[in-house]
Write a protein that binds this ligand. Structure first.
Ligand SMILES: C[S@@+](CC[C@H](N)C(=O)[O-])C[C@H]1O[C@@H](n2cnc3c(N)ncnc32)[C@H](O)[C@@H]1O
Length: 291
């Protein structure tokens, strides 16, 4: 691609031809220009600086090499927040927005029931912080505490950077490193109203997984033993000790795992076990309460 005093309109056309998608080309150009939406449109007939042209070239090169658009742009929207994302974390998926919505609705119910009294939520395996930070940003500031945890310190560095993006609600967020519930402080055992997680749930030998996911996203965020069920079952088992009476567990699951997860939750003593579907109508969320 040339970058010799080209206008953004010319660069947009050229990028479209190279990446084969006009919307994506526009996102890349907006990122390189540092101008978005109407501001970018207004600048279409102005010349891009050499530095911006080079930044665009570098991003297009990464896309052509197969890197996911989200990592190339370096950020991606999730519900109402814009999350920094890079290779240290899973790219937040649209189906997980429904998981966050489910956890949020239970957290709101507790908040109302307790007349604004303290409600404590944990997002285990937070990655970029997608679920936990959405909950923190969409709940009232008063009377809410959200714990975000991960076993990966690299992931927590990204999540910490994203805390800044939620403004004053960041005051309610606590960060902890460790293996599922063991990351949480011992004195809070039995004090969580909602425990939500989108754990790894892909079987090691899954053949349906996309090549780009396999090549670019952290494997510690993707794969779990026992046909993809090991982490879901472990969280469900541990969470019983960390929930308040009638507290809720909300777990993202694979679309073929509904029956197995439902049976496990029941045998662990959970009540009101429900498997809910995502926007595509596939099993995606397991939820239940304990005691
Ligand atoms: C599927 S990703 C979900 C990331 C984020 N919650 C989301 O929905 O986009 C699973 C996350 O769990 C973390 N993880 C994997 N094993 C873990 C463990 N034993 N304890 C805590 N976190 C773990 C991974 O590092 C990864 O960030």
């Amino acid at each position: 691609m040339s970058n010799d005093a080209s206008t953004w309109r010319e660069l947009l056309d050229e990028t479209s031809n190279v990446v084969g998608d006009r919307t994506e080309a526009r996102w890349l150009c907006e990122e390189a220009a540092g101008l978005y939406g109407d501001d970018f449109r207004v600048a279409l007939d102005t010349a891009a600086s050499q530095r911006m042209g080079l930044a665009l070239q570098a991003m297009v090169g990464r896309r052509l090499a197969g890197e996911p658009l989200q990592y190339v742009l370096g950020h991606w929207p999730f519900r109402h927040i814009d999350l920094l994302v890079d290779r240290r974390v899973l790219i937040p998926r649209p189906e997980t927005e429904v998981v966050a919505e489910t956890a949020l609705s239970f957290a709101r119910q507790f908040h109302t029931m307790r007349e604004g009294g303290p409600v404590r939520i944990a997002d285990l395996g937070t990655g970029s912080g997608a679920i936990g930070l959405s909950i923190a940003s969409e709940m009232p500031v008063s009377g809410v505490e959200v714990w975000i945890t991960d076993a990966s310190s690299d992931a927590l560095d990204v999540a910490r950077a994203n805390i800044a993006g939620i403004g004053r609600n960041a005051a309610n967020v606590r960060v902890a490193l460790g293996h599922w519930c063991a990351a949480l402080p011992d004195e809070l055992r039995g004090d969580f109203h909602v425990i939500v997680a989108n754990p790894p749930y892909i079987a090691d030998d899954d053949t349906e997984i996309d090549d780009s996911v396999l090549a670019n996203e952290p494997h510690g965020a993707l794969f779990a033993k026992d046909n993809g069920l090991a982490d879901i079952f472990e969280i469900a088992s541990q969470a019983r000790e960390w929930l308040v009476s009638n507290g809720r567990v909300v777990l993202e699951i694979g679309h073929r795992q509904g029956a197995a997860v439902s049976a496990e939750l029941t045998s662990l003593g959970y009540r009101n076990v429900e498997i809910r579907t995502d926007l595509a109508g596939r099993d995606r969320i397991a939820t239940a309460n304990f005691r």
